[in-house]
Design a protein around this ligand. Structure first.
Ligand code: NAD
Length: 406
């Protein structure tokens, strides 16, 4: 069984480093440190092997995957030269399988990034038909049995009036009527789900979160999940906030300031595109702590930092005897090196869910996302427990006795 992977935003940092990482694992030059599926109990599941994943994708820029990885190596040292040289030929071959996508309703800043050849001519129905035939042609050419579609494209502005698309009927009418508010991420998601292809949205963009797309996924019994990979500051927050809650320490304010210098940071400089990201980064504290408090998140573009994102958080809290105290942390991470292993995990886990006929949203994958669709739980360890329980359940089912673990 061959698993194909179609990355929307294939020439961007997250996509390129994910593919470079997968090929480097396949060639034995790096190990799987950072991948959740390399740990037990997930490692014992019958997941598709990273070595065998076959990649293709859409982008709206002509810069090749190899050039993106080369630039990442030069600017931030990730991946290192040896790894890059080991996968260079593989990246060139994958780049041949990248086609131009659509930049509909992605905001001016994304339109400004796009090169000639973006297939925006025609109606929404034409664009959807083109995307579906791109998926189909890749699956046929590469002889893949299952194609997982993953959105790692630039963040779009949030959709205004999303309730207009809250049933499949309304959504399909909107496509027929060429509704200008439907964004590219939802068109790519529709094109995947309609043909029963599993879909993952690693970005804060709308993707499959529209009611009409959730209905389509349930109807076609196809797994999908999003939104916005939890890789840095929000990951730390979701591990740390339960400590304050558990010890009954009252958080008075939580300020987070992020600075980053890659293309994602440039796109997030635009207020419209930034809005979705701020929403998904800020929402979890209130759910974990259970009360309202002053909580602000800022994201600023600092070109000299490249892919190295720095987050500085200041937490002001009150304890026994009304004593006010403070905690601060600084997180410095290579954005793409944090995101890439999770993208590979999600591909494997969503393919596994599809293999087992588990359609709709995937709550066991909540720990991977800042705004997990259909899940209100944001506490990282509880989210991870769902994944462990899910994996144990499958392992138990697969045991010859069909029975319990020892
Ligand atoms: P990037 O700018 O390097 O890559 C995005 C790619 O998407 C670019 O190649 C761009 O040309 C392409 N693109 C934009 N609009 C497109 C469209 N409509 N169709 C096809 N391709 C399109 O950004 P990145 O650092 O790779 O981040 C990608 C996404 O992942 C962003 O939305 C980001 O917010 C999200 N994300 C990243 C991280 C992380 O890096 N740690 C964590 C969570 C979420």
């Amino acid at each position: 069984m061959t698993t194909g992977v179609w990355l929307i935003g294939a020439r961007g940092n997250v996509a390129s480093i994910s593919m470079a990482g997968a090929r480097a694992i396949a060639r034995g030059v790096v190990d799987s440190t950072g991948m959740v599926t390399a740990r037990e109990p997930m490692a014992s599941l019958d997941l598709p092997s990273v070595d065998d994943l076959v990649f293709g994708g859409h982008d709206i820029r002509a810069q090749s995957i190899e050039e993106t990885v080369e630039a990442a190596n030069e600017a931030g040292g990730v991946p290192n030269r040896e790894t890059l040289d080991a996968v260079r030929e593989d990246l060139r071959a994958i780049d041949e399988r990248v086609t131009m996508g659509t930049a509909r309703q992605c905001g001016q800043v994304v339109e400004d990034l796009s090169d000639d050849g973006v297939t925006d001519e025609g109606t929404l129905a034409d664009i959807v038909a083109r995307i579906r035939s791109d998926y189909e042609a890749f699956a046929a050419d590469q002889d893949v049995d299952r194609l997982v579609v993953v959105n790692v494209a630039s963040t779009e502005p949030p959709v205004g009036g999303a309730e207009r698309f809250d049933t499949l009927e309304k959504l399909e009418t909107a496509i027929e009527d060429d509704d200008p508010d439907l964004p590219a991420s939802s068109l790519y998601a529709y094109a995947a789900l309609i043909d029963e292809r599993p879909y993952v949205n690693f970005t804060p963009s709308t993707g499959s979160a529209l009611g009409g797309l959730r209905e389509l996924a349930s109807q076609n019994d196809v797994p999908h999940m999003g939104r916005d990979g939890k890789t840095g500051e929000t990951l730390v927050k979701s591990a740390l906030a339960p400590m304050f809650a558990g010890r009954n320490l009252r958080v008075l304010s939580w300020e987070g300031h992020n600075i980053l210098g890659n293309r994602d940071g440039l796109v997030l400089e635009d207020d419209a595109n930034k809005e979705g990201k701020i929403e998904s980064k800020g929402n979890l504290l209130e759910q974990i702590l259970g009360y309202d408090h002053h909580n602000a998140v800022r994201i600023d573009y600092t070109p000299s930092l490249g892919d190295w994102k720095t987050a500085w958080d200041h937490i002001h809290f009150r304890g026994f005897l009304g004593t006010e105290m403070k905690m601060q942390f600084t997180w410095e991470g290579s954005d793409s090196a944090l995101a890439a292993p999770l993208v590979l995990d999600l591909i494997r886990l969503v393919a596994f869910a599809d293999e087992h006929g588990e359609g709709g949203e995937q709550p066991q994958l909540a720990s991977f996302f800042k705004s997990p669709q259909g899940v209100d739980e944001h506490d990282l360890s509880r989210q991870l427990q769902r994944l462990y329980d899910y994996s144990e359940r499958h392992l138990n089912d697969a045991r010859p006795s069909g029975g319990t673990a020892e």
